[in-house]
Ligand binder design. Structure first.
Ligand code: SIN
Length: 547
């Protein structure tokens, strides 16, 4: 039965299928929709249209050991090498072992994956992979093709309710477990939705950076909500920056897939000099973080370009997404080098979960980019994120199916009162009110919380952030952006060493040993959502179990 709801200063509708769902899945990318399809009898709540979000933008593919001579343990070994010591081996083994079957599942669902002339899956190779194991669709339109199949499958399922254009604001708890969410409906009206389980599949945090390939939905809502509800966040300082995005005005910046460099495209300065030659033996094919930092340094000296002219007349058919974006910016990649910048691309850290997506709060699950299950460690291997969503969606569904649920005790219901106004225009939740404060936040994160970090810059960014707090908090999205920025900056300040995607100019040496995790909880950060000078304790978290 749905309990009565009272909150300070607001009346709320109790909304949902029969007033209470078996599970609420927040977010409709690859992880959220896979969970919904595997679980059934659930409700998907999404901020824009079903299927919008980062997954749809993925140009890179799905890594799975499907080729002759390849094997899941080879995929696992590559993942562990790139992860710089912080991934959880049992999780890496579990996900890489499940990957081939998940690709076949996608094909059965109707996703049109690229095939070779003989009708078998075409397998590409990307940096860090020892074998050809990257599955694509539509050349560089993998995310779009996969999401089209998932969205169509969800729309056909009568047991999955879809609530679009709802901005989930906070988690509702009772007796220490999560029992629902508060949300703003399509017209901004406050709602409370109840469920036996809540799954945060809200994607990444890219919008805290001035330069990002992430769409407008990637504002770290899940991470901020989980933190407010008391969940443990792991390694938030690990943010992956892509070396090559189109240096132009669109926001998000169009990605220039690293497959272009795999095909022989070169990075050059304004004089046509290949500045990566001599910097790393693999030059443009060096690990992604190495190329991204070199591009950051070189971009400070002047413009940089990706010269992909050698691809020639095949460009529009082989890289249709990149071709459309560059042509829209007035650059013909067949005849002109492409202006390039590094850009934020993926959040490696996130809400800590076990191998079934369970967070540290009962009733709360997370999967996909919002989660830190232990696959990526300190550095993500290319094309390992779509596959993570496909595998973890199944595991979360399995865990929810086995969950024993108690009735909600209305006397102990904790419903956070609405804070901040709803985002402006639910259909395109990019612009937030007080846009100047958000723009300032994004610039200071790009400058000080980005590819090269220093204690002085991180401290000054935290001070600036504190000054912006009161303005950011007026807006539901601005508040979350502020929480996320504060957590990333504090964790980056606390990690006095360099590892994977986290590089400290003042501590350039790689941390010794296998490394330690940064764990953050609400109590570590006084006066949530922003202020305070929390010291993150870097508690040892290496005893993770996969079950
Ligand atoms: C790319 O195509 O360069 C991106 C692939 C990924 O981030 O996994």
């Amino acid at each position: 039965m749905t309990p009565p709801v009272t909150t300070r200063g607001a009346s709320m509708n109790v909304h949902g299928p029969r007033g209470h769902a078996r599970a609420l899945i927040i977010g409709s990318g690859i992880a959220g929709l896979t969970t919904a399809l595997e679980l059934g009898d659930c409700t998907v709540v999404t901020r824009s249209d079903l299927g919008d979000g980062s997954s749809r933008w993925a140009q890179g593919g799905i890594a799975a050991a499907l080729g002759e001579g390849d094997a899941p343990d080879r995929h696992a070994a590559d993942t562990l090498t790139v992860s710089s010591g912080l991934s959880v081996p049992a999780i890496v083994e579990m996900i890489t072992a499940a990957a081939p079957e998940r690709v076949r599942w996608l094909q059965e669902l109707g996703a049109e994956l690229d095939l070779d002339g003989d009708g078998t899956l075409a397998l590409g190779r990307e940096a860090g992979h020892s074998d050809r194991r990257i599955v694509h669709a539509g050349g560089d339109a993998t995310g779009a093709a996969v999401m089209q199949a998932l969205v169509a499958a969800v729309r056909e399922r009568p047991d999955i309710t879809v609530l679009e254009h709802r901005h989930v604001r906070d988690l509702v708890r009772a007796n220490g477990r999560v029992v629902g969410v508060t949300a703003a409906g399509p017209g901004g009206e406050p709602e409370v939705l109840f469920a036996d389980a809540v799954v945060l599949a809200t994607g990444g945090i890219g919008r805290v950076y001035a330069r990002t390939t992430n769409p407008v939905e990637a504002t770290g809502d899940g991470l901020a909500m989980a933190l407010r509800a008391g969940a443990v966040i792991r390694d938030p300082e690990f943010v992956q920056f892509h070396p090559t995005a189109l240096d132009a005005t669109p926001d998000p910046l169009p990605l220039l897939t690293e497959a272009l460099r795999g095909e022989g495209a070169h990075l050059v300065d304004a004089d046509g000099r290949r500045y990566l030659v001599g910097e790393h033996p693999d030059a443009e094919l060096a690990p992604r973080d190495v190329v991204a930092r070199a591009n950051w340094r070189q971009r400070r000296r002047g413009p940089i370009y990706l010269d992909a002219r050698l691809i020639g007349d095949d460009f529009p058919t082989r890289f249709p997404t990149v071709f459309r974006a560059t042509m829209a910016a007035g650059i013909d990649p067949r005849t002109q080098p492409i202006p390039t910048t590094p850009a934020q691309h993926y959040h490696i850290g996130g809400i800590r979960t076990d191998g079934h997506g369970r967070t540290s709060v009962t009733g709360l699950f997370a999967c996909g980019e919002a989660a830190s299950v232990g696959l990526h460690g300190a550095n993500r291997l290319a094309s390992n994120s779509l596959v993570e969503g496909l595998v973890m969606g199944v595991r979360v569904a399995d865990a929810i199916g086995q969950q024993r649920v108690r009735a909600i005790d209305p006397a102990h219901l904790e419903v956070p009162a609405p804070t901040g106004t709803p985002p402006t225009g639910m259909a395109s939740p990019g612009p937030v009110r007080d846009a100047d404060a958000v723009a300032r936040l994004r610039e200071l994160m790009w400058e000080h919380g980005g590819l090269l970090r220093h204690a002085d810059g991180l401290r000054s960014a935290l001070q600036d952030l504190d000054r912006l707090t009161s303005v950011l908090e007026r807006d539901a999205v601005g508040r979350n952006l502020g929480v996320v920025a504060g957590v990333v900056l504090r964790a980056a300040l606390a990690r006095e060493g360099s590892r994977g995607g986290h590089h400290r100019i003042d501590h350039p040496d790689t941390e010794p040993g296998p490394g330690r995790h940064t764990l953050v909880q609400r109590d570590d950060i006084p006066h949530l959502p922003l202020a305070g000078s929390a010291v993150l304790d870097g508690r040892d978290d290496r005893h993770e179990v996969a079950s």
